[in-house]
Design a protein around this ligand. Structure first.
Ligand SMILES: [Zn+2]
Length: 108
């Protein structure tokens, strides 16, 4: 199997060919490197490949985009909390309170 940009044959599931989408984007195709009974190459469009992948539990591009947004938010929140924690540790050290280094604290 390999990805192709221009298909010699429409998608064997939905019939999609090389026509660009309404926004001008071109779909990719997967050549299954097999022939049908009529000796035509077996080709799937990216939409049908994504549907098949979804059946097997692979997240969709929309789910991955939502996860990226969530991870970015959590990363910002983690950074803010670390900055706040460092500030509190500095204030505590001025008051004479010592902390274990992070490596030691994680091992305990
Ligand atoms: Zn298709």
């Amino acid at each position: 199997m390999h990805v192709i940009e221009i298909t010699p044959q429409p998608c064997m599931v939905c019939g999609m060919g090389n026509t660009p989408t309404a926004d001008g984007a071109r779909r990719q195709f997967v050549d299954l490197e097999r022939d049908t009974f009529w000796d035509d190459p077996a080709v799937l469009c990216e939409d049908c490949c994504l549907k098949i992948a979804g059946l097997m539990g692979t997240p969709s591009p929309e789910e991955l985009a939502r996860a990226d947004v969530k991870i970015a938010g959590l990363t910002r929140e983690l950074h803010t909390l670390r900055v706040e924690m460092d500030s509190m540790k500095r204030r505590a050290r001025r008051l004479g309170i010592d902390f274990l280094p992070d490596e030691v604290a994680e091992a305990v």
